[in-house]
Each structure stands twice: as C-alpha cells, then as structure tokens.
Design a protein around this ligand. Structure first.
Ligand code: SAH
Length: 367
C-alpha cells in the first residue's frame, strides 16, 4: 500500500499479456498476415468478423479454411480476460464486470444504459498510482498498465453483449466511452491512444466509434495533456480538479505537488484551443472539505470565460473513508455560485453506487 501522497508514475515491470489482434494497427495486421504466407486481404476479413460482426468465435468464420481459422485463433485471439463476476442494478441497465486478466490481475468496467444512449466506463490500468485519498482504486497502488487490447476488449465485450440483446432494453450499441474506471489514462499514454485509434477506426479496421463520444479523464499530467492536444483526436478531455486552490488540491489530488492548478488549467485551455472541444471539470463534492461557498466563487473565477463545463459528483463513499457527500443545501449553493460566474454546471448521477460501480468505487475485489 502506498503511503499518503506517494505517487507511482511508472508501471511496475510485469510479464506482458500475449499479443492480440486489437494490439495491432491496420498496417501491422497486414504485415503479420503476410509473414504467415497468407494474402493480405485475410487481415481485413479477420477484422470484419471481430469489429463489424462482433463475432468472437474464429471457428465460425466460414469464409476462411478451417486450418486457417485454428491458426488465427491461436496466434491472434488469446483469451485476454475472463469475466469472474457480473453485477447489475437499475433493472439490469447498469452492469459492472469484474475481469480477471491472464496474470490473475483484476480490473472492472461498467456499462450504463440511458433512454437515449449507452455509456461504458472502462479501466486503463490495474490499480492506480495517483493515490487520491477519496478514491477506492488509488488505495491499493498501481499493479500494472493495461495493454491496448486489454482496453479495447473491455469495450468489445460490452458491444457484443448489446448486439446480442443480452443487456436489458434490447439490442443496442456503445455510444459513449469514459476513461473513468480504474487507472490514470495519461500515465498509460501510448496504450490508451492506440486503444482510442482502434475504437474510432472505421470498420472493418476498428469499431467506428466517434472520438467525440470518448472522454479521457485525468488528474492533470500536464505534458500528456499537451501531447494529447497535438494528437489530432477530438476526444473530450475531463480534468479531475476537485479543488480550486493548491493548498487543498495538494492533499486531494497528490499529483498537484508536481503540476499546480494554474498549470493544469493552462494545459486544459491549450487543449480547448487546439481541438475546439469543451473541457469538462470534474469536482467531487466532499462535505466540509471542498464544498465551501468561497471555493465555488474561486472556481467560478478561474473558469469564467473559458470553453468549459463543470461536472459536480456527489462523493461516492469508499470503505473506511471519513468523508461523505456534501449536504444538499451546500451542493445547491455551490451550483448557484458557479452559475453566477456564467459557468455551465451539472450534477452527475451516482449510477451503480449499490454495486460499487460508481466513480471512484472500482476496487476490483473478487468477493
Ligand atoms: N484517474 C483518472 C480517471 C479515473 S477516476 C482521473 O482521476 O480523472 C474518474 C473520476 O472519478 C475522477 O474525476 C475521480 O476524481 C472521480 N472519483 C474518484 N473517487 C471518487 C469518489 N469516491 N466519489 C466521486 N468521484 C470520485
């Protein structure tokens, strides 16, 4: 267990999961196929089965010879993760999956169906090294980075379940994606970017999701935010701010000891200017900690006039924490003051709380 405030910025070295088709770019897939002495068109054929038809059983891909199906399955479709637990609430429209990875490591993803859309919340790391004291994931430290395919396959598992009508509400598809599960996506930068490319690549190369429907949430790793801005991927950037002043933010989001509030916001404005995308500011309201009226005013002053939207999250209590969500009247006052500064604000719902599937509750226990 990390000590309070201790940061883990590098993933511990661990055995790598076996290579998966979703780890490979379109060009790399073709190379691999040609290396096997096969015609290049087989690569597209395989991708079409996996991403367009959402078929995860190569043995049924009858437009390929049987021996090839077997070879392809062995080489490119190892079982990366097995579902060891599935919990649902809201009449089956919120579903949390606990996945066991090839090395026994556990991660979680959550699917949330709304009347007009499906959002998936996925993990980018097993554990997290950012050590925010109010977040369950941070308490166990960082086990390892997930690979590109381990990230992509969380989404495909949801997409398949929806396509097969296995989720309450009937056949559907994944519309939105938030990197708000376990882990700090900007600390696993290259795998996350590659995963976003796979997810947004047009079929048959990838899943064909809209980048605008994807939100990358970060504690504020400034150099990475700038790098993401220059990537040419119009994803939504969410900043987990949680405090407008360095003194409090140093304790709530320990990376603030490296990158100050002003630096994080400057990087966010750079992102907005480069991409034209509105920044989302995440702020978990914690009773008597960060919910004072003066902090609402200070936050309003910092954000006023920028392309930004504030998402207030009533704190989801985590086991053993001394903190709870703000009083309703304090929450209302916080909202009112932000609005007075002309800042757009919404209060996030707490879907999945009772299955420990809400923001900050993902701890991936097998229990
Ligand atoms: N590491 C990334 C993404 C994962 S957390 C990040 O920090 O942004 C997703 C969001 O949930 C973050 O805004 C995080 O601060 C917030 N969160 C964490 N624990 C929470 C809790 N107990 N209650 C409410 N929100 C929480």
């Amino acid at each position: 267990m990390p000590k309070p405030g201790e940061l883990i910025l590098e993933s511990p070295r661990r055995p790598k999961p076996p290579l998966h088709w979703s780890d490979l770019s379109v060009a790399q897939r073709k190379e691999k196929i040609v290396e096997l002495g096969l015609p290049g068109f087989r690569a597209d054929q395989i991708s079409r089965h996996w991403y367009s038809r959402l078929s995860d059983q190569p043995e049924t891909w009858t437009d390929m010879p049987e021996s090839l199906r077997t070879e392809v399955k062995e080489k490119f479709f190892p079982e990366l993760m097995t579902s060891i637990k599935s919990l649902s609430c809201d009449n089956g429209t919120t579903v949390k999956q606990v996945w066991k990875l090839f090395d026994g490591v556990l991660v979680e993803s959550v699917l949330m169906r709304y009347p007009d859309r499906v959002t998936m919340c996925i993990s980018s790391q097993a554990g997290c090294g950012m050590n925010c004291p109010f977040c369950a994931t941070g308490q166990g430290g960082l086990t390892r980075n997930l690979t590109t395919a381990e990230i992509v396959e969380q989404v495909l598992a949801g997409a398949r379940a929806l396509a097969r009508g296995e989720i309450a509400g009937g056949v559907g598809r994944v519309n939105n994606l938030v990197f708000m599960g376990m882990g700090e996506p900007m600390a696993n930068y290259s795998s996350v970017i590659e995963a976003i490319r796979r997810l947004t690549d047009e079929p048959p190369a990838g899943l064909g999701m809209s980048a605008r429907g994807i939100t990358v949430s970060t504690v504020g790793l400034v150099p990475r935010i700038k790098q993401l801005a220059d990537e040419g991927l119009p994803v939504t950037l969410a900043i987990s701010l949680h405090a407008p002043d360095d003194e409090l933010r140093d304790t709530l989001v320990p990376i603030n000891t490296r990158f100050k509030v002003s630096e994080v916001l400057d990087a966010a404005w750079y992102y907005a200017a480069k991409t034209g995308r509105r920044i989302s500011i995440e702020y978990a309201l914690i009773k008597d900690i960060n919910d004072q009226a003066w902090r609402a005013d200070l936050l309003g002053e910092l954000l006023s006039g920028h392309l930004v939207h504030v998402n207030l999250i009533p704190l989801n209590p985590t086991p053993g924490s001394k903190w709870t969500a703000s009083r309703p009247e304090d929450e209302r006052e916080f909202v009112r003051r932000l609005k007075n500064h002309g800042v757009a604000v919404t209060v996030r719902d707490t879907r999945g709380r009772e299955i420990d599937g809400a923001c900050g509750q993902l701890a991936a226990s097998a229990k």
